[in-house]
Design a protein around this ligand. Sequence first.
Ligand code: CP
Length: 349
Amino acid sequence: MVKKVHPKLMEPIEAENWTEGIERPLALFNQVEEKPVYTAELANHSVISARQFSREQVIQLCRLAAKFETQQSFGQFPLTGKILISAFYEPSTRTRLSFESVWQRLGGDIISITDPSTTGLAKGESLKDVGEMMNHYGDVVVLRDANEKAIYEMLEVLRIPIINAGNGTDEHPTQALADMYAIFKWRPELMMDEVTADNKITIGIVGNPGRMRTVRSLLIFLSRINQAINEVVIVCNSIESFSDGQLEELEAEGLKIRVCSDLNTELPGFDVVYINAIAWVGNTYEEYGVEYKLSKSSPLKKGAIILHPLARGEELSTDLDNTKHNWYFAQARGAVFARMALMSSIVRF
Ligand code: CP
């Protein structure tokens, strides 16, 4: 058999037109007045929960993210000489690679652990002792750990900031920041203090808010823009959809929430559809709402956007990828700029 050269190898890869789609971050950037005090408050702070952020901080971080996204190169390298300790004890495609990409693009260096069994943890070393060592090796830690308490143990001994990149089923605040950045690029007017009734949005979340860390953090951020939201509809077939006190906390923050179980009846009313079907638990994952599926033939509202933290499964058909509903790839791309905004605010000179 004659082996052929793959046709993709015959042509050079065309350079991406970096200005394509730039009008959206530009519109966001132009809509928000710079208030550096809000990002300056984050300097030398750890980030564990979405609860730590005010509406103004989220908006100013998104403004800064838009500033990064509208630049072809980052000119200065604010993280030169700084070392990121990237500790991912759970699988990750986007979070680890985007944090590491951000750090390098801003001039910093990285040391990483992707398997705790290659560290003293395998010999019974405590997390606190590992944290004590990290103080001397790097300037910021990014941690993903299936044990939701691990980050709090590390926090006790660390004298450098630690960023939560997913702690068990608890939270994933930087993913939620990326989600907010996507929503604000889609509709910058949602950042305003007053949003007219016509402009308010209804958000459908297909997932389990008690078990999915991405949903938990996103709901907290959505409560920060309750002035722009008609209601959040949770599409979930599990009776115990919220964890203890979660719904009460969100309602006390002013978020109007309803739970339903019939996706296709509700779908035509959703401006934003956020879908996820898995929660990582320990060394494996739990699936939720496997009967809920989105495809090109779903009764989506005209102009509705779909967000997904990814990795996706059968809940999100690839036939949506080439439609205008697909905002999940833009959401993942924007995560780089959202994390750039956050890291450059935390690490100050
Ligand atoms: N969204 C997200 O957390 O993706 P990864 O698991 O690939 O990091």
